[in-house]
Write a new protein. Structure first.
Length: 307
Protein backbone atom coordinates (compact mmCIF):
# COMPACT_ATOMS: atom_id res chain seq x y z
CA UNK A 1 0.00 0.00 0.00
CA UNK A 2 2.87 2.36 0.74
CA UNK A 3 4.00 2.21 -2.91
CA UNK A 4 0.58 3.36 -4.12
CA UNK A 5 0.49 6.14 -1.53
CA UNK A 6 4.00 7.26 -2.49
CA UNK A 7 3.01 7.36 -6.17
CA UNK A 8 -0.12 9.35 -5.32
CA UNK A 9 1.90 11.76 -3.17
CA UNK A 10 4.52 12.27 -5.91
CA UNK A 11 1.84 12.91 -8.52
CA UNK A 12 0.03 15.30 -6.17
CA UNK A 13 3.24 17.26 -5.58
CA UNK A 14 3.83 17.47 -9.31
CA UNK A 15 0.27 18.64 -9.95
CA UNK A 16 0.46 21.21 -7.16
CA UNK A 17 3.98 22.58 -7.65
CA UNK A 18 5.01 21.70 -11.19
CA UNK A 19 8.68 21.73 -12.08
CA UNK A 20 10.95 23.71 -9.74
CA UNK A 21 11.58 27.03 -11.46
CA UNK A 22 15.02 27.36 -9.93
CA UNK A 23 17.59 24.85 -8.86
CA UNK A 24 16.09 21.80 -10.58
CA UNK A 25 18.45 18.85 -9.91
CA UNK A 26 18.28 17.82 -13.56
CA UNK A 27 19.72 21.20 -14.57
CA UNK A 28 22.74 20.53 -12.36
CA UNK A 29 22.95 17.02 -13.75
CA UNK A 30 22.95 18.46 -17.26
CA UNK A 31 26.00 20.55 -16.43
CA UNK A 32 27.75 17.45 -15.07
CA UNK A 33 26.87 15.57 -18.25
CA UNK A 34 28.28 18.39 -20.39
CA UNK A 35 31.58 18.25 -18.51
CA UNK A 36 31.81 14.48 -18.84
CA UNK A 37 31.05 14.65 -22.55
CA UNK A 38 33.65 17.38 -23.07
CA UNK A 39 36.25 15.27 -21.25
CA UNK A 40 35.51 11.87 -22.83
CA UNK A 41 34.29 12.94 -26.27
CA UNK A 42 36.06 16.24 -26.90
CA UNK A 43 35.54 18.61 -29.82
CA UNK A 44 34.39 16.92 -32.99
CA UNK A 45 33.23 13.71 -31.31
CA UNK A 46 36.49 11.79 -30.93
CA UNK A 47 35.16 9.45 -28.23
CA UNK A 48 34.46 5.77 -28.87
CA UNK A 49 31.65 3.62 -27.56
CA UNK A 50 33.76 2.63 -24.57
CA UNK A 51 34.17 6.29 -23.65
CA UNK A 52 30.40 6.71 -23.78
CA UNK A 53 29.88 3.70 -21.51
CA UNK A 54 32.40 5.09 -19.01
CA UNK A 55 30.82 8.54 -19.03
CA UNK A 56 27.34 7.06 -18.62
CA UNK A 57 28.44 5.00 -15.63
CA UNK A 58 30.15 7.96 -13.96
CA UNK A 59 27.08 10.16 -14.48
CA UNK A 60 24.36 7.70 -13.47
CA UNK A 61 25.59 5.02 -11.10
CA UNK A 62 26.92 7.13 -8.18
CA UNK A 63 23.69 9.15 -8.03
CA UNK A 64 21.60 5.99 -8.27
CA UNK A 65 23.56 4.57 -5.35
CA UNK A 66 23.03 7.77 -3.39
CA UNK A 67 19.28 7.54 -4.05
CA UNK A 68 19.29 3.98 -2.72
CA UNK A 69 21.18 5.08 0.40
CA UNK A 70 18.90 8.05 1.11
CA UNK A 71 15.75 6.07 0.38
CA UNK A 72 16.87 3.42 2.89
CA UNK A 73 17.22 5.88 5.74
CA UNK A 74 14.94 5.16 8.70
CA UNK A 75 12.11 7.60 9.36
CA UNK A 76 12.78 9.95 6.42
CA UNK A 77 13.49 7.45 3.64
CA UNK A 78 9.86 7.45 2.48
CA UNK A 79 9.90 11.24 2.21
CA UNK A 80 13.09 11.12 0.13
CA UNK A 81 11.47 8.62 -2.23
CA UNK A 82 8.41 10.84 -2.72
CA UNK A 83 10.58 13.88 -3.41
CA UNK A 84 12.69 11.99 -5.95
CA UNK A 85 9.58 10.75 -7.74
CA UNK A 86 8.20 14.29 -7.82
CA UNK A 87 11.42 15.60 -9.37
CA UNK A 88 11.38 12.83 -11.99
CA UNK A 89 7.78 13.42 -13.10
CA UNK A 90 6.76 15.86 -15.80
CA UNK A 91 2.97 15.49 -15.80
CA UNK A 92 2.03 19.06 -15.02
CA UNK A 93 4.88 20.32 -17.17
CA UNK A 94 3.25 18.68 -20.19
CA UNK A 95 0.14 20.75 -19.72
CA UNK A 96 2.06 23.91 -18.87
CA UNK A 97 3.91 23.66 -22.19
CA UNK A 98 1.24 22.25 -24.49
CA UNK A 99 -1.99 23.95 -23.44
CA UNK A 100 -0.65 27.40 -24.47
CA UNK A 101 0.03 25.91 -27.93
CA UNK A 102 -3.59 24.76 -28.22
CA UNK A 103 -4.82 28.11 -26.92
CA UNK A 104 -2.75 30.05 -29.46
CA UNK A 105 -4.07 27.86 -32.29
CA UNK A 106 -7.65 28.44 -31.17
CA UNK A 107 -7.02 32.19 -31.18
CA UNK A 108 -5.52 32.05 -34.66
CA UNK A 109 -2.10 33.22 -33.43
CA UNK A 110 0.12 30.93 -35.52
CA UNK A 111 3.33 32.81 -34.69
CA UNK A 112 2.75 32.33 -30.96
CA UNK A 113 1.83 28.67 -31.47
CA UNK A 114 5.03 28.08 -33.44
CA UNK A 115 7.12 29.72 -30.76
CA UNK A 116 5.45 27.81 -27.95
CA UNK A 117 5.77 24.40 -29.58
CA UNK A 118 9.39 25.22 -30.46
CA UNK A 119 10.18 25.19 -26.74
CA UNK A 120 9.39 21.49 -26.41
CA UNK A 121 10.24 19.82 -29.74
CA UNK A 122 13.55 19.50 -31.56
CA UNK A 123 12.17 19.97 -35.08
CA UNK A 124 12.26 23.31 -36.90
CA UNK A 125 8.91 25.00 -36.18
CA UNK A 126 9.39 28.31 -38.02
CA UNK A 127 7.58 27.23 -41.19
CA UNK A 128 4.94 24.94 -39.70
CA UNK A 129 1.30 25.53 -40.59
CA UNK A 130 -1.51 25.07 -38.05
CA UNK A 131 -1.73 21.33 -38.70
CA UNK A 132 2.04 20.98 -38.41
CA UNK A 133 2.05 22.74 -35.04
CA UNK A 134 -0.83 20.61 -33.77
CA UNK A 135 0.90 17.47 -35.03
CA UNK A 136 4.16 18.33 -33.26
CA UNK A 137 2.36 19.14 -30.01
CA UNK A 138 0.21 16.00 -30.10
CA UNK A 139 3.25 13.82 -30.76
CA UNK A 140 5.03 15.51 -27.86
CA UNK A 141 2.10 14.84 -25.52
CA UNK A 142 2.04 11.13 -26.40
CA UNK A 143 5.79 10.50 -26.36
CA UNK A 144 6.66 12.67 -23.36
CA UNK A 145 3.70 11.23 -21.51
CA UNK A 146 5.46 7.90 -21.87
CA UNK A 147 8.99 9.11 -21.09
CA UNK A 148 8.36 11.73 -18.40
CA UNK A 149 5.36 10.21 -16.65
CA UNK A 150 4.57 6.55 -17.17
CA UNK A 151 8.12 5.18 -17.38
CA UNK A 152 9.11 7.11 -14.26
CA UNK A 153 6.13 5.63 -12.40
CA UNK A 154 6.95 2.14 -13.70
CA UNK A 155 10.52 2.23 -12.43
CA UNK A 156 9.50 3.77 -9.12
CA UNK A 157 6.99 0.98 -8.51
CA UNK A 158 9.52 -1.64 -9.59
CA UNK A 159 12.63 -0.38 -7.79
CA UNK A 160 11.76 2.63 -5.64
CA UNK A 161 14.04 5.66 -5.41
CA UNK A 162 17.07 4.09 -7.14
CA UNK A 163 14.86 2.83 -9.96
CA UNK A 164 13.30 6.19 -10.76
CA UNK A 165 16.65 8.00 -10.49
CA UNK A 166 18.38 5.45 -12.72
CA UNK A 167 15.64 5.83 -15.31
CA UNK A 168 15.35 9.62 -15.23
CA UNK A 169 19.10 10.23 -15.47
CA UNK A 170 19.45 7.68 -18.27
CA UNK A 171 16.58 9.30 -20.17
CA UNK A 172 18.19 12.72 -19.74
CA UNK A 173 21.50 11.47 -21.12
CA UNK A 174 19.73 9.97 -24.10
CA UNK A 175 18.18 13.39 -24.80
CA UNK A 176 21.63 14.98 -24.57
CA UNK A 177 23.89 12.34 -26.15
CA UNK A 178 21.69 9.91 -28.07
CA UNK A 179 21.97 11.52 -31.51
CA UNK A 180 23.00 9.84 -34.74
CA UNK A 181 25.36 12.53 -35.97
CA UNK A 182 29.10 12.95 -36.32
CA UNK A 183 29.57 14.15 -32.75
CA UNK A 184 27.52 11.49 -30.94
CA UNK A 185 27.36 8.52 -33.31
CA UNK A 186 29.88 6.53 -31.26
CA UNK A 187 29.98 8.31 -27.90
CA UNK A 188 26.19 8.50 -27.54
CA UNK A 189 25.59 4.87 -28.47
CA UNK A 190 25.58 3.70 -24.83
CA UNK A 191 23.16 6.41 -23.67
CA UNK A 192 20.73 5.54 -26.47
CA UNK A 193 20.93 1.79 -25.86
CA UNK A 194 20.52 2.06 -22.07
CA UNK A 195 17.48 4.28 -22.53
CA UNK A 196 16.00 1.89 -25.12
CA UNK A 197 16.39 -0.98 -22.67
CA UNK A 198 14.87 0.87 -19.72
CA UNK A 199 11.93 2.05 -21.82
CA UNK A 200 11.19 -1.24 -23.60
CA UNK A 201 8.56 -2.59 -21.19
CA UNK A 202 7.09 0.77 -20.07
CA UNK A 203 6.59 1.92 -23.67
CA UNK A 204 4.54 -1.14 -24.51
CA UNK A 205 2.48 -0.78 -21.36
CA UNK A 206 1.84 2.83 -22.35
CA UNK A 207 0.83 1.79 -25.87
CA UNK A 208 -1.61 -0.69 -24.33
CA UNK A 209 -2.92 2.03 -21.99
CA UNK A 210 -3.52 4.45 -24.86
CA UNK A 211 -5.27 1.72 -26.82
CA UNK A 212 -7.61 0.89 -23.94
CA UNK A 213 -8.52 4.55 -23.43
CA UNK A 214 -9.36 5.36 -27.05
CA UNK A 215 -10.38 3.63 -30.26
CA UNK A 216 -8.96 0.29 -29.19
CA UNK A 217 -9.27 -1.72 -32.42
CA UNK A 218 -7.76 1.05 -34.53
CA UNK A 219 -4.99 1.65 -31.99
CA UNK A 220 -4.06 -2.03 -31.96
CA UNK A 221 -3.99 -2.17 -35.77
CA UNK A 222 -1.78 0.93 -36.01
CA UNK A 223 0.55 -0.40 -33.32
CA UNK A 224 0.93 -3.74 -35.08
CA UNK A 225 1.41 -2.43 -38.62
CA UNK A 226 3.02 1.00 -38.24
CA UNK A 227 5.24 0.85 -35.16
CA UNK A 228 7.86 -1.44 -36.80
CA UNK A 229 8.40 1.22 -39.48
CA UNK A 230 9.40 3.90 -36.95
CA UNK A 231 13.10 4.38 -36.27
CA UNK A 232 12.69 4.31 -32.47
CA UNK A 233 11.75 0.89 -31.04
CA UNK A 234 9.87 2.52 -28.16
CA UNK A 235 8.44 5.74 -29.57
CA UNK A 236 6.95 3.76 -32.47
CA UNK A 237 4.49 1.68 -30.41
CA UNK A 238 3.64 4.63 -28.15
CA UNK A 239 2.84 7.09 -30.92
CA UNK A 240 1.25 4.59 -33.31
CA UNK A 241 -1.11 3.32 -30.61
CA UNK A 242 -1.74 6.84 -29.32
CA UNK A 243 -2.50 8.23 -32.77
CA UNK A 244 -4.78 5.30 -33.52
CA UNK A 245 -6.57 5.72 -30.20
CA UNK A 246 -7.18 9.42 -30.93
CA UNK A 247 -8.14 8.79 -34.57
CA UNK A 248 -5.59 11.25 -36.00
CA UNK A 249 -2.66 11.02 -38.42
CA UNK A 250 0.76 11.85 -36.96
CA UNK A 251 4.31 11.43 -38.25
CA UNK A 252 5.14 12.49 -41.78
CA UNK A 253 7.97 14.70 -42.97
CA UNK A 254 9.64 17.14 -40.56
CA UNK A 255 12.78 19.29 -40.55
CA UNK A 256 15.37 18.56 -37.86
CA UNK A 257 18.50 20.69 -37.56
CA UNK A 258 18.12 21.91 -41.13
CA UNK A 259 17.60 18.43 -42.64
CA UNK A 260 14.30 17.10 -43.98
CA UNK A 261 13.38 13.72 -42.49
CA UNK A 262 10.71 11.61 -44.15
CA UNK A 263 8.98 9.80 -41.31
CA UNK A 264 6.25 7.16 -41.72
CA UNK A 265 2.65 8.17 -41.03
CA UNK A 266 1.33 6.96 -37.69
CA UNK A 267 -2.35 6.55 -36.89
CA UNK A 268 -5.39 6.98 -39.09
CA UNK A 269 -7.78 9.84 -39.66
CA UNK A 270 -7.62 13.59 -40.12
CA UNK A 271 -4.65 15.82 -39.35
CA UNK A 272 -4.66 16.90 -35.68
CA UNK A 273 -6.11 20.21 -34.52
CA UNK A 274 -5.91 22.21 -31.30
CA UNK A 275 -8.54 20.03 -29.63
CA UNK A 276 -6.45 16.92 -30.32
CA UNK A 277 -3.58 18.34 -28.24
CA UNK A 278 -6.00 18.60 -25.34
CA UNK A 279 -7.40 15.13 -26.04
CA UNK A 280 -3.89 13.68 -25.94
CA UNK A 281 -3.21 15.37 -22.59
CA UNK A 282 -6.54 14.11 -21.24
CA UNK A 283 -5.56 10.59 -22.31
CA UNK A 284 -2.25 10.86 -20.43
CA UNK A 285 -4.06 11.98 -17.27
CA UNK A 286 -6.63 9.22 -17.63
CA UNK A 287 -3.81 6.73 -18.10
CA UNK A 288 -2.18 7.84 -14.86
CA UNK A 289 -5.47 7.27 -13.05
CA UNK A 290 -5.80 3.83 -14.63
CA UNK A 291 -2.27 2.86 -13.60
CA UNK A 292 -2.89 3.96 -10.01
CA UNK A 293 -6.13 1.97 -9.91
CA UNK A 294 -4.42 -1.16 -11.24
CA UNK A 295 -1.56 -0.74 -8.76
CA UNK A 296 -3.97 -0.34 -5.85
CA UNK A 297 -5.98 -3.40 -6.88
CA UNK A 298 -2.80 -5.45 -7.27
CA UNK A 299 -1.60 -4.47 -3.80
CA UNK A 300 -5.00 -5.22 -2.27
CA UNK A 301 -5.07 -8.62 -3.98
CA UNK A 302 -1.57 -9.43 -2.76
CA UNK A 303 -2.53 -8.45 0.78
CA UNK A 304 -5.68 -10.57 0.59
CA UNK A 305 -3.73 -13.61 -0.66
CA UNK A 306 -1.18 -13.29 2.15
CA UNK A 307 -3.79 -12.69 4.84
Amino acid sequence: MSVALSCLAGIALDALLGEPRRGHPLAAFGKLADRLEHHFNGPGGRGWRSHGVTAWCLAVLPLTGLAWLLGSLPTVGWLVEICLLYMALGLRSLGDHLLPVARALRQGDLAEARQRVGFIVSRDTRELDEQGVARAATESALENGSDAVFAALFWFVLAGAPGVVLYRLSNTLDAMWGYRNERFERFGWAAARFDDGLNFIPARLVALTYALLGQTHRAWRCWRTQAPLWDSPNAGPVMAAGAGALGVALGGSAVYHGELHHRPVLGEGEAPQARDIERALDMVWAGVGLWLLVLLLALLLRGWMHA
